[in-house]
Design a binder for this molecule. Structure first.
Ligand SMILES: [Zn+2]
Length: 531
């Protein structure tokens, strides 16, 4: 071979995610492709005068990470609001909000994101911090928000006007006044729709900033788990400008009010197949979350049985109608399901769609699967449905004091975040973060996946192994977006999306995994991050 490589990585511990050639020492890259995978000696043939040689120093090199569940544009806009993830008390909240309000004096609104539950619950508590400007703060999981009185007034929802909400609850006191707590999207949007979005230039800046942060953690592709043509175009504009450093797969969000005719937009999105930006899928929400009593459960909530059995966002018939239409158009379907009732209904729906439309290589998926009944676990394999899970959503231990285990109750703990059991039942599994619900840093997800503690000694051990987690973030995630022949493995001819870590990951003890970090990230043969 007379040609020389643009980049040569030598002396690395290469985890290729390729079963027929699982480990290697050296990788050569030419243009945007991997041209050689093998040992140091073999790599010498690719060394030329212009070749940049990177000494891997015995550290792990893997395919670039694919986070199969994020909210990228929302998240990047969110980065421009007050950051409340670290807030642990009302005092903390006051400090962060007042500081942010001071820095954004020319804006009308004060908006914050990422707060935990149970720090505020009423508008009066927010009024005590700021009352002369409208304030809205969103929970870390995006399913609940809190507004001050001024914001509720501006939205016209302070008094009960009897408005109907298919997917939302404005919590009211005994006099019918809004308490300040807004549950699920329709209720949150009553306020949030008034907040002006950043203009196109600012959006683009925020997006680039967010993508750079992803690259810094070794992520080279994401599945953006909601979207429309406008959002797809925001990403496409970055690619057109030659400024895109991450591959983004963008499903069309099918809402309960979406009509079959609206799916034309999804079909248009599916035609967009650029190098970095692609459509071709549809996203549904079957339910909300356990924390806000909106997860579609088969049995009542443990801490408040009066909350009863929650209705799903789509009835079975409605889901089958819309999902079947998407399936007929050749689209992949992803459904948010946190409750065991939602998981079962989505599986039932996929089964019905196969009966209606016939079997094809559809790779439909279920997102989250926070509680899953044992009899539903083998159905993922039987129906060819992908389990898309986010390990860091599981409370690491009971000591964290998270609401989640209390809501769900001890009886359902063995069925909670049951990665091991679902995988053992044969499900194809991929991993992600659901950023901004949780941090996107894969090391945090690896850490929880490797080390999560049992909440009760009798609970089954749901931990996964490092190779299982790495495969779920690379090869198996590429399969989920029908790109298993292009990326997700370090293999000759594949796209040069790679990440070099600070350590040999396999030499670290599982509990030490978080001490490792990405030190070099390559997308499409370009180094987009280097420590
Ligand atoms: Zn999500």
């Amino acid at each position: 071979m007379s040609q020389s490589a643009d980049i040569l990585v030598t002396n690395a511990k290469v985890f290729t995610s390729n079963e027929t050639n699982p480990n290697a020492q050296a990788v050569a890259i030419k243009g945007n492709r991997i041209v050689f995978v093998g040992n140091n000696q073999g790599a010498e043939a690719w060394r030329g005068d212009q070749t940049r040689v990177i000494d891997g120093q015995g550290r792990t090199l893997t395919p670039g990470f694919i986070d199969t569940h994020v909210h990228l544009l929302w998240g990047s806009i969110w980065m421009g609001t007050a950051q409340l993830q670290e807030v642990r008390s009302r005092e903390d909240l006051k400090k962060v909000l007042l500081d942010f309000a001071d820095k954004s004096k020319t804006d009308v609104w004060v908006v914050g994101r990422g707060i935990r539950y149970s720090i505020v619950s009423t508008c009066q508590e927010l009024d005590e911090i700021i009352s002369d400007r409208p304030v809205y703060i969103g929970a870390y999981d995006g399913h609940t928000g809190w507004a001050n009185t001024k914001a509720l007034e501006m939205a016209g929802i302070l008094q009960n006007d009897g408005r109907e909400m298919p997917n939302g609850i404005i919590v009211r006191d005994e006099n019918g006044s809004a308490s300040g707590e807004l549950r699920e999207s329709d209720a949150m949007r009553a306020v949030m729709d008034l907040v002006p979005l950043p203009d196109a230039d600012r959006k683009r800046e925020l997006l680039k900033l967010a993508i750079h942060e992803f690259n810094k953690t070794g992520i080279t592709s994401v599945h953006n788990m909601n979207g429309d043509m406008e959002e797809l175009m925001a990403y496409a504009a970055l690619e057109d400008a030659g400024e895109m450093n991450m591959r983004v797969y963008v499903p069309y969000h099918v809402r309960p009010e979406t009509k079959e005719a609206d799916l034309k937009e999804a079909a248009e999105m599916a035609k967009v197949q650029m190098d970095y930006v692609r459509g071709g899928a549809a996203k549904f929400f079957m339910d909300g979350v356990w924390e806000s009593y909106t997860a579609f459960n088969l049995d009542p909530y443990a801490d408040d049985p009066s909350a009863g059995i929650v209705s799903p966002i789509f009835s079975f018939e409605h889901f089958v109608e819309m999902a079947s239409a998407c399936d007929k158009m050749g689209m992949q379907i992803a459904v948010h399901c946190c409750g065991d009732g939602a998981v079962r209904q989505a599986l039932d729906g996929y089964e019905r769609i196969q009966q209606l439309n016939g079997n094809r290589d559809s790779r439909h998926r279920i997102e989250h699967i926070e509680v899953c009944q044992p009899e539903d676990m083998p159905r993922f394999k039987e129906l060819g449905v992908i389990a898309s899970m986010q390990t860091s959503h599981a409370p690491f231990s009971l000591a964290e004091g998270d609401l989640w285990p209390t809501r769900v109750g001890e009886e359902r703990w063995p069925l909670s975040f049951a990665w091991r059991d679902i995988k053992n039942a044969g499900a194809h599994m991929c991993f992600g973060s659901d950023w901004t619900v949780a941090p996107f840093d894969p090391m945090i997800n690896l850490h929880v996946g490797l080390n999560r503690e049992k909440w009760s000694p009798d609970d089954p051990d749901q931990r996964l192994t490092l190779p299982e987690l790495l495969l779920g973030y690379t090869r198996d995630a590429a399969y989920v977006e029908f790109k298993e022949n292009e990326k997700g493995q370090i293999k000759e001819g594949y796209l040069a999306d790679l990440v070099l870590f600070s350590h040999d990951l396999f030499e670290l003890k599982p509990e030490e995994i978080r001490s490792a970090r990405a030190v070099l990230t390559m997308v499409d043969g370009r180094i987009v991050y280097e420590e």
